[in-house]
Design a protein around this ligand. Structure first.
Ligand SMILES: Cc1cc2nc3c(=O)[nH]c(=O)nc-3n(C[C@H](O)[C@H](O)[C@H](O)COP(=O)(O)OP(=O)(O)OC[C@H]3O[C@@H](n4cnc5c(N)ncnc54)[C@H](O)[C@@H]3O)c2cc1C
Length: 388
């Protein structure tokens, strides 16, 4: 075993959560290592690559123009009988190139002073003293009083430290995703629902660049079986785009349940997919990962003031998360649970036929939900209480 590397903060995993944590910890003046198992972070891409612009602006994160492949202005919901409902409120999004973005986020961390270690799978993490963790890779070992776990949806490392990271089947979206060559309106994304497409989930289409779309499908683990998401996606593509050439076909899980608690324990923090910080209803997690990473990194650096490490200061990350995106995530989880109980194809078609008469500028996701529950007073009350 060669190389003992002593740091203030070691970040495990260089996705958006880990890289932003490393960048902001380094900006706070502490000594940071960012350890990544792959040679090339962000590759292969297992993501629809869509990011809400309002969300990213709220985080105060600079989006590099070089990441942006397309800008979406409209979202179109397609009901089980094919009715199109288009809305513009809350639809403004970028479609980014995750390969470029993830690599740039690592560069930002390195420019801020982080030492970056690609090709370094972390095999184990353990607490070796009250204020010291040891992270072992095949050819090196890192030690630090503070670690940030950012190893994504398959997170194994938080489990090493006693976190229960098991996702219930109804809290994980089983996804299949690919790119296909085809021309659709560049400024519109599509969400297609109905039991013919997929049970307990939806199919999405994000136009990426002229002539290419990201297309994917996710369904709850409780309604899935091995290979089902991929079969349903390919069935849809064969039916609607029979001549399209398919590339970058991948499957993966999206932890669309509730976030892990606690988020902080004895000098260790968990961020991003590893902490199940994902918008439960849509499965979007990039903005959440950036916010969690930025907050955890900033708080970690603050904990090292005056040459001492104040472990209890790390709890600030959990309280900032809870007040910010945490609240939004729990609300979206509760809404998803109500929808899953109440909604079926016939019901959705009825709603779609009444919504289609409204101008798109007057529709927002919130109006749509209230319309959905209008004739179900119990569900309407629960929805109202969520947004009060
Ligand atoms: C099919 C699909 C489509 C999606 N589409 C969207 C979308 O359109 N918009 C959106 O906002 N979100 C989307 N998401 C979710 C989004 O991709 C994630 O929420 C986001 O990538 C989370 O970032 P992260 O940094 O937490 O994890 P990741 O991006 O998964 O990064 C984790 C990193 O940790 C590394 N790692 C893992 N184990 C180790 C180890 N032992 N040692 C060292 N390194 C390790 C990995 O190699 C990886 O680089 C989608 C997810 C799926 C599955």
């Amino acid at each position: 075993m060669s190389g003992q590397n002593r740091y203030d903060v070691v970040v495990l995993g260089a996705g958006p959560a880990g890289s932003s944590a490393a960048e902001y910890a380094s900006k706070g003046g502490v000594k940071v290592a960012l350890v990544e198992r792959k040679e090339k972070t962000g590759y292969p891409v297992r993501c629809g690559e869509a990011m809400g612009i309002k969300g990213i602006n709220n985080i105060g994160f600079d989006v590099d123009p070089g990441w942006i492949m397309n800008r979406i202005k409209k979202a179109c919901l397609i009901s089980p009988n094919g009715t199109h409902i288009t809305y513009t409120k809350m639809a403004d999004s970028y479609v980014v190139n995750r390969e470029i973005m993830d690599a740039d986020l690592v560069k930002r961390a390195v420019n801020a002073g982080t030492d970056y270690f690609p090709n370094s799978p972390v095999l184990s993490v353990k607490q070796i003293e009250k204020q010291l963790y040891e992270c072992r890779c095949p050819d090196k070992t890192f030690t630090a009083p503070c670690i940030i776990i950012a190893d994504g949806v398959e997170s194994r490392l938080a489990r090493d430290l006693g976190w229960n990271t098991v996702c219930e089947l109804e809290d994980i979206d089983c996804c299949a995703f690919c790119r296909i060559d085809c021309d659709i309106e560049q400024d519109t994304c599509y969400f297609i629902i109905g039991s013919q497409i997929t049970p307990a989930g939806y199919l999405w289409i994000f136009p990426r660049e002229k002539g290419q779309i990201n297309i994917g499908l996710g369904l709850l683990g409780s309604h899935s079986s091995p290979g089902k998401a991929k079969t349903l996606l390919l069935d849809y593509i064969n039916k609607h785009y029979p001549h399209a050439s398919i590339s970058n076909l991948h499957c993966g899980g999206d932890p669309a349940g509730q976030y892990l608690l606690p988020l902080v324990k004895n000098g260790a923090m968990v961020v991003g997919d590893a902490a199940r910080q994902v918008a439960s209803l849509t499965g979007g997690g990039i903005n959440y990962a950036l916010f969690a990473g930025k907050t955890a990194g900033t708080v970690a650096a603050e904990a090292f003031q005056n040459n001492t490490f104040n472990m209890s200061h790390l709890n600030k990350y959990e309280s900032i998360w809870k007040k910010g995106y945490g609240k939004q995530q729990l609300r979206s989880y509760a809404l998803k649970s109500i929808l899953l109980k109440e909604v079926n194809d016939k019901f959705l078609n009825g709603i779609a036929s009444s919504l289609v008469k409204k101008p798109s500028s007057k529709l927002s996701l919130l109006n749509i939900f209230f319309k959905v529950f209008l004739h179900k007073p119990g569900a309407l009350l629960k929805t109202y209480l969520l947004f009060r």
